[in-house]
Ligand binder design. Structure first.
Ligand code: GLC
Ligand code: CA
Length: 512
């Protein structure tokens, strides 16, 4: 089955991901908050984004930065109240934004009351809410579990960290007596509850969800056929109940997730997409050394596009809270070219807060809230030269994560004041994307060259075609392409008869 369309607003959506902890603190407790996000909405709009994704902001003991929910229906007090969050939705909508929350359907915190009830030896409503085996000595092959923690004669499967027990969506292939089929009452109750959670926040004004570990719900499901069917059911319900709501999956396999009914799926640092080849490997394609390759990435991308059908979108993130920042492997000049690519590809772009100013990955930090090596990509946003880079009025030692200590760290204020900055490069690219339907989310895509350098593709909509020549290597190239030079990022390009002469470290756009 294929879902044919997505809500129309996704045709032009450009997302900005906010890690709320680190964005802007308005009450000097060292932690970002909803009011801080509201304060910065104009900044995000001026950059050219029109949609937000907030990392989890629900009640949680924060042992995994909020991906360990203890109450799905209540905002984490450290960010504000449900009312404050509703106010954020309202202020965002007033400025033309759509807002995604982060839904964590696969697991809860061990502190969740459902889990506490599920641990009890006497049967109750939540006995089958989680995936339990029937002996403390037995686990599930390929998964980790918690043993000896309850009155029950069983161990419980965990999804990620050991404090994140797996909610029970059933087993695709049932092989043991304790494994429940997907249509057993326990799994069905879990699905019903997750729909209630979604309806609750959609009712309060959010516009959809980024879905955490979306491909992991059903167990013993190697081809993910069970999980795909489960999401198809949720999508059918959503189309009926909230037709304007949208979902993006953390799955990293658009050939499966889009079939499952997600409107979009991310290309990620894990999974088969080869996204890392471009920005995050030994020899990234976007390095000026010019030793990388975009060929495998493009081969996968073409396959995903074919499977996506008319409705499915592929989401290109500049980074996220789980991966190292672009600036860890790429120079400021290279990052500009990476953005010129990310913002001229079809699908839905996602900009991770701070990437628009080239924020760095902060090395050698102690792990904060389960961040481990991810912590360096979650440091406070650098707004200005004020104390704590304008992030917070708290004493520096109280900040959620220490700031990038580099005296030359980039700031939003300095870059907004400098017309040659990365910030302005991103803004100009987003304006161009908006002004040219060929470059927008649903414009056509034709790959012209992916072997070696440059990478060349054509975007098309109606009468308009724009050819994009991506040449991050530090050596010039010549490409046979007719039309007028529309825009360049980097050193420059010039027409030489039928040929476009493109400098090294340059992305050139030609309009036909
Ligand atoms: C996803 C999140 C990550 C979290 C994990 C467990 O990968 O992006 O931050 O730790 O799921 O929920
Ligand atoms: Ca705060």
């Amino acid at each position: 089955m294929a879902f044919e369309r997505h809500p129309a607003w996704l045709d032009h959506a450009v997302f900005y991901e906010i890690y709320p902890q680190s964005f802007r603190d308005t009450n000097a407790d060292g932690i970002g908050d909803f009011r801080g996000i509201i304060e910065k909405l104009d900044y995000i709009r001026d950059l050219g984004c029109n949609a937000l994704w907030l990392n989890p902001c629900f009640a949680s003991p924060f042992r995994d930065a909020g991906y360990d929910v203890s109450d799905y229906y209540t905002a984490a007090p450290r960010y504000g109240t449900n009312q404050d969050l509703a106010c954020l939705f309202e202020e965002a909508h007033r400025r033309g934004f759509h807002v995604f929350l982060d839904l964590v359907p696969g697991h809860t915190s061990t502190d969740h009351p459902w889990f506490e009830a599920s641990c009890r030896g006497t049967p109750n409503e939540f006995t089958d809410r989680y995936v339990w085996t029937d002996s403390v000595w037995e686990g599930l092959e390929g998964s980790r579990s918690l043993h000896g923690i309850s009155e029950r004669a069983g161990s419980v499967i965990v999804n990620f960290f050991s404090h994140q027990p797996a909610l029970n969506y059933g087993f695709y292939r049932v092989e043991k007596p304790w494994q429940q089929p997907m249509d057993a009452p326990g799994p069905r109750a879990t699905v019903k509850e997750m729909k209630r959670v979604m309806a609750f926040w959609l009712g309060l004004g959010c516009d959809g969800f980024r879905v955490d570990m979306a491909g992991s719900l059903v167990k013993n499901d190697p081809e993910q056929r069970g999980t795909i069917a489960l999401w198809q059911g949720i999508r059918r319900w959503l189309d009926e109940a909230f037709p304007q709501a949208a979902l993006v999956s953390e799955w990293g396999c658009p050939d499966r997730s889009l079939e499952a009914g997600f409107h979009m799926d991310f290309l990620l640092h894990f999974g088969p997409s080869h996204y890392n080849d471009l920005f995050r490997c030994e020899e990234p394609f976007f390095s000026a050394r010019g030793k990388g390759s975009a060929a495998e990435f493009m081969a996968h991308y073409l396959l995903y596009r074919e499977k996506a059908g008319a409705g499915g979108l592929i989401a290109f993130p500049s980074g996220n809270h789980d991966m190292e920042r672009l600036a860890r492997r790429l120079s400021p000049e290279e990052i500009r070219l990476a953005f010129a690519f990310l913002l001229t590809m079809p699908g839905v772009p996602f900009i991770y807060y701070g990437d628009e100013i080239g924020m760095r990955y902060v090395e050698n930090l102690l792990s904060v809230e389960g961040g481990s090596e991810r912590t360096g990509a979650r440091s406070p946003m650098q707004w200005s030269d004020a104390a704590n880079a304008g992030f917070s009025a708290a004493p520096p030692e109280k900040l959620y994560i220490p700031l990038d200590p580099d005296p030359g760290r980039p700031t939003a204020a300095a870059q907004q004041a400098d017309p040659d900055s990365l910030w302005h490069t991103v803004q100009a690219l987003l304006r161009l994307r908006r002004a040219h339907p060929a470059l927008d989310n649903t414009g056509d895509f034709v790959l012209l060259q992916a072997e070696g350098y440059p990478l060349v593709y054509r975007r098309q909509a109606g009468e308009e075609a724009v050819t994009v020549v991506v040449n991050p290597a530090d050596r010039p190239c010549r490409v046979a392409v007719s039309g007028r030079l529309l825009h360049t990022v980097g050193r420059g390009a010039a027409r030489d008869g039928d040929v476009l002469a493109v400098e090294g470290c340059t992305v050139a756009l030609v309009q036909a």
